[in-house]
Design a protein around this ligand. Structure first.
Ligand code: SAH
Length: 371
């Protein structure tokens, strides 16, 4: 494939440019784009409204990549974990969280991660490489194909990524559709913006994957300059911030990124992020037993975020081998949750779903379990 361009790396405007550079009419790009994203075409020979000569010509300069899962595991709660072999010895995972008519897919943006958060399994593998735009998009397309063949039957009950009150038009999607995309899998999406931004543009393009921008959520550990760039280049996307600590002292320790961008600057970037209308920033808060799960933490958390339109996702720590942190007690979770609810914060405590297949937050490592 050397020298050929993977068309799945190109947004529609970039595809127009590419084809124009080859002396082709502009409308050809739209035709090809629709074949790729709406018909899931795997090759040019399928593009029957394009002349044979042009198809042959395209095949000489370009190709359409694809991913198929190497393994699919279904957890007892219906969560599905997909392992994608990237063909260069590396692999990433995606997780489908099925809910009736409102499926959410959690996708990866990097192989490994450079952010080195102390509690996160993915972070212990360091960064191997960025995913390409095509590899990000192909996770979604492969899962769509899988659930079209085999729609999820077991459904989880709650899905904090789906805002029934604001983005639900009352019509559930078909069981085989993906409604919400969250960039919360392996990697730090804002550390790979050059590929993540075009991927989101393809996701929300009305001629592309046709997702609503209000249903795409980018989660970050707090790369402040990149938050501003994301807001400039794709306003209206949902922002989730992994806060996880309420003092710089603790955050410096468990999330090294905080040494460059401390809590105050992170919160300022949240205030400046262009959120449309009544949308809120999601603050993720991994509860580490005995470390950040006290009522004092809850109080400080509330104080920190109270002047930002917010909702809070409490994520009880998912234990994994070789990590010294412990899950919080149910009592600590309940007390923390209640403290915030009583003060009118929108809080969802995330179930540690997919735990039995290591698909829960912070458990993705891009390898098959040795059975
Ligand atoms: N790098 C981005 C995207 C990953 S999202 C980010 O940090 O936001 C993954 C979420 O899972 C983050 O909120 C992270 O704090 C959380 N997480 C990581 N390891 C975890 C673990 N072992 N248990 C529970 N949550 C974890």
């Amino acid at each position: 494939m050397t020298g050929k361009i993977d068309l799945k790396n190109l947004t529609l405007p970039a595809l127009e440019q590419f084809l124009q550079g080859q002396g082709k009419e502009r409308f050809r790009a739209l035709q090809v784009f629709k074949w790729i994203y709406q018909q899931d075409a795997g090759g040019f020979e399928e593009m029957t409204n394009i002349s044979k000569a042009l198809r042959t010509e395209l095949a000489e300069t370009a190709f359409i990549s694809n991913l198929e899962p190497e393994a699919v595991e279904e957890g007892s709660d219906g969560t599905r974990k997909y392992l994608f072999n990237l063909g260069d010895g590396h692999a990433v995972e995606s997780v489908l969280i099925p809910i009736e008519g409102r499926n959410t897919l959690c996708i990866s943006s990097q192989v490994g991660c450079a952010m080195a958060c102390e509690f996160c399994l993915t972070g212990t593998f360091k960064l191997t490489r960025n995913l390409t735009t095509a590899e990000i998009i192909n996770q979604i397309m492969a899962v769509k194909r899988d659930i079209a063949r085999n729609p999820p039957s077991l459904l989880v009950e709650q899905n904090e990524f789906d805002d029934a009150d604001e983005s639900d038009d009352g019509h559930p999607d078909s069981p085989a559709a993906i409604r919400n995309i969250v960039l919360m899998g392996m990697g730090e999406p804002l550390h790979n913006l050059d590929n993540v931004i075009p991927a989101i543009q393809i996701m929300i393009d009305g001629n592309g994957l046709q997702l609503s921008n209000r249903r795409v959520t980018v989660s970050t550990c707090g790369l402040v300059p990149e938050m501003a760039r994301l807001g400039r280049e794709i306003p209206n996307v949902n922002l989730a911030v992994s806060l996880n600590a309420t003092t710089n002292e603790l955050r410096d320790r468990i999330m090294p990124v905080n040494r460059s961008y401390p809590i105050e600057s992170l919160l300022q970037a949240c205030r400046e992020f262009p959120l449309p209308g009544r949308r809120k920033v999601t603050f993720e808060y991994v509860m580490l037993g005995g470390v950040n799960d006290s009522l004092d933490d809850a109080k400080r958390l509330l104080r920190l975020i109270s002047d930002i339109p917010n909702k809070v996702n409490l994520i009880p720590f998912n234990e994994h081998d070789g990590c010294g942190f412990k899950a919080p007690s149910q009592k600590a979770i309940d007390a923390f949750h209640k403290y915030l609810i009583d003060r009118h914060v929108t809080v969802i405590t995330r179930d540690s779903r997919g735990g039995d297949i290591s698909a829960a937050c912070g458990q993705l490592k891009g390898k098959l379990e040795k059975k």
